[in-house]
Design a protein around this ligand. Structure first.
Ligand code: ES4
Ligand code: ZN
Length: 325
């Protein structure tokens, strides 16, 4: 309980959170009823139960995509982000860099403007220092990724979009396929991050760093399988955004995850702790810190160091100043 209190009190930044992954079953049902969308569950409890046994990333992505069908109006996106930010504030998260997946919404006929305006309104109202990262979904392909970013250009000057990210299905979609979109992002002066080394091996991390110019690696847990890569990442201190309970629930790591996390923490890489899709994996950020603290035997100093990493790894200059607070 003392550790839990400490984690709660620590000011934290969250750098790996998918806003669509914060859609709790209650809000999903409320929006489904309002919008006349049919759900394949009898009630909230059944929907929650369905979120407890994923076998792989693909399995999860199917359910995640199906749930987003309830998000239709600007206000739906506003409510989604508003709920997450209220939750984040309650956990003493001072800053959040939030992914959104425009391609899935566009494919359903929801305009980009609806998504960005709804999310931005919630961000503007929250005391949490927050910004958006536009994520391209790898399964839509390389051309579609570049197009999605191009479509967002009109909104960049007046929005809080600070970066391009890449998520979705990893295996078979190596980072080298997406150099066009990342080149476009660089030209637009956007920061660049990428999911890599979640289900894919260390070569995906290497490519994200060397070919896409990624400034932060999302997940990155499989970097450990390549000692030369780890050495380079220790030297450059490029941050990785670990999402331990996501990895556990999606069973993406085939060995002993606890051992792997302990090795990552001991490697000297700059590690941050995040929740990924908390409405699906059963825990928000604090739960992820608690799990890591338990399996790695971390005390107050190590936990404070992880929280400090979350600020120094942020892209928001005003947030970096909160480091060590
Ligand atoms: C995701 Cl856990 C994870 N991996 C890849 N893409 C994602 N999108 C939302 N959650
Ligand atoms: Zn993710």
């Amino acid at each position: 309980a003392a550790l839990r209190d400490l984690i709660q009190r620590l000011p934290k930044a969250e750098l790996h959170i998918h806003i669509e992954g914060t859609l709790e079953p209650e809000l999903m049902f409320a929006l489904a009823a309002k919008n006349g969308v049919e759900l394949p569950y009898t009630d909230v409890e059944a929907a929650r139960a369905a979120r407890t046994n994923f076998t792989c990333l693909e399995d999860f992505l199917r359910m995640y995509a199906a749930a987003t069908k309830v998000l239709i109006t600007e206000d739906d996106f506003y409510r989604l982000a508003q709920q997450y930010l209220a939750r984040a504030e309650a956990e003493n998260i001072r800053a959040a860099e939030i992914f959104f997946d425009p391609q899935g919404h566009l494919a359903r006929g929801v305009p980009l403007e609806t998504v960005i305006r709804g999310l931005s309104r919630a961000l503007a109202e929250s005391p949490v220092e927050a910004s958006l990262l536009l994520c391209v979904q790898r399964e839509f392909g390389a051309k579609a990724a570049a197009e999605a970013l191009t479509r967002a250009i009109p909104y960049l000057p007046k929005s809080v979009i600070i970066a391009l990210g890449m998520d979705g299905s990893e295996l078979g979609h190596p980072p080298r396929n997406f150099v066009l979109a990342y080149g476009e992002a660089a030209a637009l002066r956007l920061h660049r991050v990428a999911h890599a080394g979640e289900e894919g091996g260390p070569s995906y991390v290497r490519e994200a760093l060397s070919l896409l110019g990624a400034e932060r690696i999302d997940h990155g847990i499989r970097s450990l399988e390549d000692p030369a890569l780890v050495a380079a990442m220790v030297k450059s201190q490029v941050p990785i955004t670990l999402c331990p309970l996501s990895n556990l629930k999606l069973q993406v790591y085939k060995g002993q995850l606890e051992d792997r996390i302990r090795q990552v923490l001991a490697s000297g890489m700059r590690v941050t702790i995040n929740s990924d899709d908390p409405a699906y994996f059963g825990s928000y950020v604090s739960g992820n810190y608690e799990w890591v603290a338990r399996i790695a035997g971390l005390g107050p100093d190590s936990l404070a160091a992880l929280a400090a990493n979350s600020f120094t790894s942020s892209f928001m200059p005003q947030v970096k100043q909160q480091e060590g607070e």
